[in-house]
Design a protein around this ligand. Structure first.
Ligand code: GLA
Length: 726
């Protein structure tokens, strides 16, 4: 791994075994992007791209011949000086004009990974990551921009963020500050992103990029189920294992934008960052603003390598270090089994059964603090309803712990019910616009997390249960988008800051809680997977994927999330049939197998399960726990299927001596074609024994011939195989 300067210090070449990223300083002033792609030994700087001038061009003071500014791949594009494509930065200085002329000042290599103050970010030791720091200034506007590119040694991954400083005497206003902008050269690209809605998150979208701007975004206050803060540009025809992929993701849980602009000559400017649509930030003299960190992920070997890069980065360099090797508990969640109607007797009986079956953690979901069995009350006050649960949380915690299980509790800390004591006492603690009636969502208002007293209150409410040691786990939910986004506390000039300040407030709370209670496992949740993003992952050990627990839909949702997140981070539960969200009937076995390769649990009433089903659960948990190490530390693959009626996932260990395979037959049809299920990545010189059938296959055979599955007359049938070298 290295970052080297060449050509009298005018070229910075970041490279490892997987990629090269090259920037040139032209005329000791302009930062120009030169290359992103497969690793180059050396860069000889023979670029001859701009040797023909186009009509009606505008050009500044630059020594490159025959160029015009609308054609130069600027590393920090700004407005006002002849580059008419999407800018990365838009800052209004004292003179009120959206115009910035940044000049290169210096660059240097730092032997560490910067940590972003108040924001989640990736981490790494000095032998794992190198950082290029670049300083640019507009000395008329007195604006300094410091960019940090952190190159990870092992993978095609760079993290980038920027810090904007006001070193003048007047206020400046940041209107747009994206985290990454890079111009990719002409080729045919496919755009890939994930879209969705409540209960159907993370659907893969793919289309060929056309001229103009293509973008996805959120202005819902959170990253949202509508779009992930991620997009990839794939060489056309790229598949799971082939083709070039340039992927971008933002480590942020708030409003974002991800966009690509193909200009008239086919160059593609790709950007990701905070959404400027709902953002404005005033910098007073001497102040600075730090953008969230963005990740660039480059793969020469298709989407699987892209996903494996993200999985590796998030599991080992973003999620809390203490969870890296920590086995996650198999849990029983009370939501679909009890909904709001919780009682101590039910909990007692459920946990007796759970303990017998090998479940490690009981999670008491919503309902424990509600005055009745609806969503109308209790949120904000966080008082256990002792008429439902005499003795309160203390007693439940004791009851569960006495059985040798861990205990977890549901909270939705960021909101408040309208008829709560908290709202009565502090109506100004919610986001609202004075004189207007605020919008309710699930009978909730959103608390103004930009206010310190609100953050303190939330921490204090949680600590009531954490300090005495009642909880091993919290399910941290957030069930509504932000509306009425105004704080009665912030000045008029700060109104554009509230969305971002809300997220900073959330991160501060999570940071304080997780530092103070390092053994606490938090599961992120937001009406399912509505805020499943890398920002949240940096505080929690796992995230709930979706309220839709139907195993057929889950193959789509989990496949989508597997593009970005490691299986260990993705909550997947077995629930009852017919499914509560879709009414679909599926076998117990299929529901189990769809959840098994992820962060596993049950969400059903164990008392309603038959004895045979409970015997099944007992065996399922033994089998899951046997596999758990592989699931936690293995390398996950999606397999390319010719017949779209099948879906195949596998996970293998680092040295490829073992792999576990799931194959989903979606709908039975007499026309089912004979699909060969191949495993392309095993050691070709080794033999593998399939555990169930005891059949021996060569690694080369599995890669080329593969194997067939029987035709089973059943919809949603799942086949499971385990191969071990022999
Ligand atoms: C959200 C979550 C569910 C459940 C309910 C409880 O919808 O996604 O898993 O916790 O809230 O109200």
């Amino acid at each position: 791994m290295s970052i080297v300067f060449r050509k009298n210090n005018c070229i910075a070449h970041m490279k490892n075994d997987k990629l090269s990223y090259i920037i040139e300083v032209v005329d000791n002033k302009y930062l120009v992007h030169r290359y992103l792609g497969s690793p180059l030994r050396n860069y000889h700087c023979n670029e001859n791209l701009y040797d023909f001038k186009r009509a009606y061009s505008t050009v500044g003071d630059i020594s490159l011949n025959n160029v015009y500014f609308d054609d130069i791949p600027f590393e920090i594009p700004t407005r006002g000086r002849g580059d008419f494509r999407i800018p990365m930065l838009s800052i209004i200085p004292e003179n009120g004009v959206d115009y910035l002329d940044l000049n290169f000042v210096k660059w240097e290599i730092c032997k560490n990974k910067p940590i972003l103050e108040g924001l989640p970010s990736t981490f790494g030791e000095s032998d794992e990551v190198d950082t290029l720091k670049i300083i640019c200034e507009d000395d008329i506007a007195k604006i300094r921009v410091i960019m940090y590119y952190s190159l990870f040694k092992e993978r095609g991954v760079i993290a980038r963020h920027q810090k904007i400083e006001n070193y003048g005497k007047e206020n400046i206003v940041i209107q747009d500050a994206k985290s990454w902008s890079v111009d990719l050269p002409f080729q045919k690209y496919d755009w890939i992103s994930l879209y969705g809605t409540y209960a159907q998150e993370a659907n893969i979208e793919r289309f060929s990029l056309h001229h103009g701007i293509q973008k996805i975004e959120s202005i819902r206050g959170s990253s949202s189920p509508q779009h992930q803060p991620f997009f990839a540009l794939a060489s056309s025809g790229a598949s799971e294992n082939h083709g070039e992929i340039f992927a971008f993701q933002l480590i942020y849980s708030g409003n974002f934008i991800a966009q690509a602009e193909m200009d008239q000559f086919g160059n593609v400017r790709s950007q990701i960052g905070i959404n400027s649509d709902s953002f404005q930030w005033t910098l007073h003299p001497g102040e600075s603003f730090t953008t969230p960190e963005a990740i660039l992920n480059y793969s020469q070997n298709g989407l699987n390598e892209m996903s494996q890069n993200f999985h590796w980065l998030y599991q080992y360099h973003l999620m809390p270090r203490r969870f890296i090797d920590k086995r996650r508990p198999v849990l029983l969640n009370s939501w679909e089994g009890m909904y709001y109607d919780v009682s101590i007797d039910k909990i007692d009986r459920q946990t007796d059964l759970a303990k017998e079956l090998g479940i490690d953690l009981f999670v008491l979901d919503d309902g424990w603090f509600r005055l009745g069995n609806t969503s109308e009350s209790g949120i904000g006050d966080w008082q256990c309803n002792e008429s439902k649960l005499p003795g309160g949380i203390k007693r439940i915690s004791q009851l569960v712990h006495d059985k040798g299980m861990k205990f977890g509790l549901w909270f939705e800390p960021e909101v408040v019910n309208k008829n709560s004591q908290l709202y009565k006492q502090h109506p100004d603690w919610i986001l609202h616009v004075p004189s207007y009636t605020p919008m309710e969502g699930r009978h909730e208002y959103v608390l103004d997390l930009s206010r310190k007293e609100v953050r303190d209150y939330i921490i204090c409410s949680l600590e009531k249960y954490l300090k005495p040691g009642y909880l091993d786990y919290i399910k941290w939910d957030m069930n509504r988008p932000l509306t009425d986004v105004n704080s009665s506390f912030l000045k008029k000039s700060q109104k554009g800051e509230i969305y971002h300040r809300y997220i900073l407030g959330l991160y501060e709370i999570l940071d304080i809680i997780t530092r103070k209670y390092p053994n606490l496992l938090i599961e992120g949740c937001s009406s399912g997977g509505a805020r499943f993003d890398p920002g949240i992952l940096s505080y929690v050990g796992q995230n709930w994927c979706s309220d839709n627990t139907d195993c057929f839909d889950r193959t789509v949702i989990q496949k989508g999330f597997s593009m970005l997140y490691p299986p260990v981070a993705m909550g997947a539960h077995v629930s009852i049939t017919p499914n509560h969200q879709t009414g679909r009937e599926t076998t117990f076995d299929a529901r189990y197998k769809v959840a098994k390769m992820y962060n596993f649990g049950y969400e059903l009433d164990l008392e309603k399960c038959s004895n045979e089903e409970r015997d099944e659960i007992y065996k399922q948990i033994i089998s899951y726990k046997k596999l758990q190490k592989l699931i936690m530390n293995g390398v996950f693959y999606r397999h390319e299927m010719s017949n779209k009626n099948y879906e195949m996932w596998s996970i293998c260990n680092e040295n490829r001596s073992e792999c576990h395979v799931m194959i989903f037959q979606k709908m039975y049809s007499p026309l089912l074609s004979h699909e060969r299920f191949t495993i392309p990545y095993l050691d070709q010189d080794m033999d593998y024994c399939e555990e169930e059938s005891n059949l021996i296959y060569g690694g080369d055979e599995l890669a080329s011939i593969g194997f067939y599955v029987p035709i089973i007359k059943e919809d949603f049938h799942v086949f499971e195989y385990h191969f071990k070298s022999c």
